[in-house]
Design a binder for this molecule. Structure first.
Ligand code: ADP
Ligand code: ZN
Length: 520
């Protein structure tokens, strides 16, 4: 049997293993189920490709991305490995010939989309193909708590039942504790050996600025980086087009990328970007999965991402060559409010709660005055004790704070008054409505316009109150109930603050460059 090293050098042409690759392969070859959490670019594919060449029989790889399948199989074939894929893009004759090859035991690796696994004749096929291992790529797709849930993934468990004795390797680049548990449970992994690589990307610099003139802010950012490749992520197709046009008008090479373009146009724009003929791709999140461009120097988020996982993935496309790269998020509380509005319209309560949770975590990242790297890594369950990462705006230039005792007291006492007057809790929006003296139906119906705190917060605009509220939540002076309509309650610590009139220092909202310039 060839050794792992031999195959690594000879077939794949690499000189050494990346962190955890060897350990993952050894566990799988010893017959163990494996759960591997490796960051994007960490080399997950090799973890199942290489053992597939060492063990006898066929390794079946489940992957959600049809485009990626072809790429991986092409690369393997170029390296002399007999691999193939089956999915809906193949004609009948081609499928048939590949099936024949599988029956004849000609392949070491087979890539399939999860929906294939549900087809009836597959049970017999799989049983007759001498399947000796199963790899599940992008395993987070099995969890509703992930950012990319695919119901078809739930079918994979049937494979495990069908082939109870073969080792299963589940791989992903994004999994919180919750998603990890889901993967283990739904894939029915048996006492899996768990491998988690660090998610820290020391060469990435994380920054957040207030979004106030986004077109100009992007142009300024990009003009000083004319020779560099970068990605602008936008929430909508229309925005990608608009931003690409605006940048092109300034003499930069920029192209849009989104699911509304024809397949040819998408492939062309991507190709031009990969070849450095176009410097900037303005894209929706449809862009990037599996794109392996090492010299992306920056990733800019024009809109607030829906969740931290997605944000980490998207920023992770910068600096794969380990050279310093920039990640910039343009943040406006208005974007958050817009998303909140969409979430409120959701009808499925579970989805709603997940989306709300995810948005809250994203806001925590955007508004934190602490280390952003730490905030990201904590999200992935990684503990970091560095006090200054030297690679985020908050560490490089600590955020200004101000004496926020009075607004904090107003906010907290408003909750208290409402709770005394009403037998039920209320959400943050309502508290702010009372604070700012809004004349809403609920305010009138519940008589909250007669409270002493009604209108005492007219001096500040609503988004600012929302930011203060969120900071009080982060500081632990209020807490939010779980469930579809989260209610805000004052905590013991909050009561203490009100009673003792202790000073509370709050973080100044992100200053936009324009406002900063004026105050200088
Ligand atoms: P992931 O799926 O974890 O994002 P990939 O499997 O696509 O990562 O691998 C990322 C890149 O790293 C690929 O270009 C791959 O060929 C390369 N790679 C993987 N393992 C090694 C290794 N041991 N040495 C050098 N390059 C590697
Ligand atoms: Zn930091």
């Amino acid at each position: 049997m060839p050794s792992l090293e031999d195959t690594l050098h000879r077939t794949f042409g690499y000189s050494s293993f990346r962190p955890l690759q060897r350990e993952i392969m050894e566990a799988s070859l010893a017959g163990r189920d494996v759960f591997a959490l490796l960051p994007t670019g960490g080399g997950k594919s090799l973890c199942f490709q290489l053992p597939a060449l060492i063990r006898p029989g066929l390794t079946v790889v489940v992957s959600p991305l049809i485009a990626l399948m072809k790429d991986q199989v092409d690369q393997l074939q170029a390296a002399g490995v007999s691999a193939t894929f089956l999915n809906s893009t193949l004609g009948a004759a081609e499928s048939k010939s590949r099936l024949r090859g599988l029956h004849n035991g000609e392949y070491r690796l087979l890539y399939v989309a999860p929906e294939r696994l549900m087809l009836d004749n597959w049970r017999d096929n799989l049983l007759s193909w001498n399947v000796s291992a199963l790899a599940i790529d992008e395993a987070h797709c099995i969890s509703e708590w992930g950012h990319d849930f695919r119901p078809e993934y739930r079918q994979i468990a049937k494979l495990r039942d069908l082939l109870p004795d073969i080792p299963v390797t589940a791989l992903t680049a994004t999994a919180t504790e919750r998603v990890r548990d889901d993967i283990v449970k739904h894939l029915k992994l048996r006492d899996p050996e768990i491998f988690v690589a660090s998610f820290n990307r020391p060469n990435l610099l994380y920054r957040v600025i207030a979004k106030d003139q986004p077109a100009k802010q992007i142009a300024d950012f990009v003009s000083s980086r004319r020779e560099e490749s970068g990605i602008v992520y936008c929430a909508t197709r229309a925005t990608t087009e608009r931003v690409a046009d605006a940048l092109s008008n300034r003499g930069l090479t920029a192209r849009p990328y989104h699911a509304g373009l024809s397949a040819e146009e998408r492939a062309l724009n991507q190709e031009l970007f990969l070849r450095d003929e176009v410097r900037i791709i303005c894209a929706t999140i449809a862009f990037g999965m599996g794109i392996n461009k090492p010299n992306v120097r920056w990733v800019l988020h024009y809109d607030l991402p829906k969740n931290v996982e997605g944000y980490y993935q998207e920023t992770g496309r910068a600096g794969r060559d380990s050279l310093p790269s920039d990640c910039l998020l343009l943040f406006s509380p208005g974007d958050a409010a817009k998303q909140m509005h969409f979430i409120d319209e959701m009808t499925n309560p579970k989805e709603k709660q997940i989306a709300r949770d995810q948005l809250r975590q994203m806001l925590e990242y955007a508004e934190t005055s602490h280390c952003r790297r730490q905030s990201l890594l904590r999200y992935f369950g990684e503990d970091v004790d560095e006090t200054n990462c030297e690679g985020c705006d908050n560490c490089l230039e600590p955020r200004e704070t101000y004496d926020g005792t009075i607004p904090a007291q107003k906010f907290l006492s408003c909750i208290l008054r409402i709770r005394k007057a009403t037998p039920f809790g209320v959400g943050m929006n309502h508290i702010i409505e009372v604070l700012t003296g809004a004349e809403t139906e609920k305010v009138r119906k519940w008589g909250h316009d007669t409270l002493s705190t009604y209108g005492i917060g007219k001096d500040l605009p609503r988004p600012e109150w929302a930011a203060i509220g969120r900071e009080l939540l982060r500081l632990g002076f209020v807490q939010q109930t779980a469930g579809e309509y989260p209610q805000w309650e004052i905590t013991e610590a909050g009561l203490e603050v009100l009673k003792s009139r202790r000073m509370i220092s709050l973080t100044k909202p992100l200053a936009s460059p324009r406002k900063r310039a004026r105050s200088r």
